[in-house]
Design a protein around this ligand. Sequence first.
Ligand SMILES: [Zn+2]
Length: 350
Amino acid sequence: MTTRGLTERLDAEGVICAEGYLFELERRGYVQAGPFVPEVVLEHPEAVGGLHREFAHAGSDVVLAFTYYGHREKMRLVGKEHLLEPLNREALKLAREVADDYGCLVAGNVCNTNHWGPDDAETQREVRQMYEEQIGWAADAGVDYVVSETNDYYGEAATALEVVKAHGLPAVVTLSAHRDPTLWDGVPVIEAAQRLEQAGAEVVGLNCMRGPATLFGLLGELRQAVSCHVAALPVPYRTDEAHPTFQSLHDAACDCIPGARPFPTALDPFTCNRYEMGAFARAAWDLGVRYLGVCCGGAPHHVRAMAEAWGRRPQASRYSPDMARHAFFGTSGSSSAEVAARNRTRAGEL
Ligand SMILES: [Zn+2]
């Protein structure tokens, strides 16, 4: 299949980039909550490749290499610094294999390091080194572009962008909007996006932390504030004004959650359904957003609903719901009139 570039796709039909690998693979038993290090890339590459395929099947235009938290600091935390390079190279290879099968773009991925100190030149130098090694491996692998995501600090995002640009690659830089949407080095998130656009980012946007309901207002502000393409990758959770981020959600219906905080392992009852994510995708398109995805918590059915909301028919649409043929709730789900009549009676009893 032919692969058109990022900008070409953005200007034409938009780009959908499935994310959420960390949470989905944690749920499936391949990533440990807490450290959240993607050791699965080396230990169970088939699980990573399989999820890449599910997302591409569901309508993702991009296979994002699973190198989120695959940086030196995190590898050191789990005592596997020596596996840093093999892990990154393997993640890029897995992404490439699936992208080639589905005609997708391949993106490299760097993220928040949790090491950056806004006034600490030493940690800033170390973070730059971490980005240089990860982005260097991504460039070696021939990625189409690099995503720098979940940035809590303007300075850290700007550093990642500098390194991506030094490799001559397009950059998608997305920022975290916490309860207070000012980044942790004091730069308001909208201003940070403007500065990143001026520094050469092809796409700027927001990812993680907020669900569709509490991300949308900021997205409108952002779309007005910049002229480059805008990215929106909410978490698929029902955040609200009092609980604007997924970390702030509280589950009054359950008293058995360790630590009483649903984040990050007990968020299930807050999950947005596919229709909510589809509605968000449509509204984002109307706002002018052309780079769309789902972050932590996202699953293939969300991606398919968002792709369909943009008028697409991904391979998985072959299995999209057809309730007209449901035995009890449909109009043509039975092979005989007598059976259909009986089932309609049963439907009323369900
Ligand atoms: Zn996330």
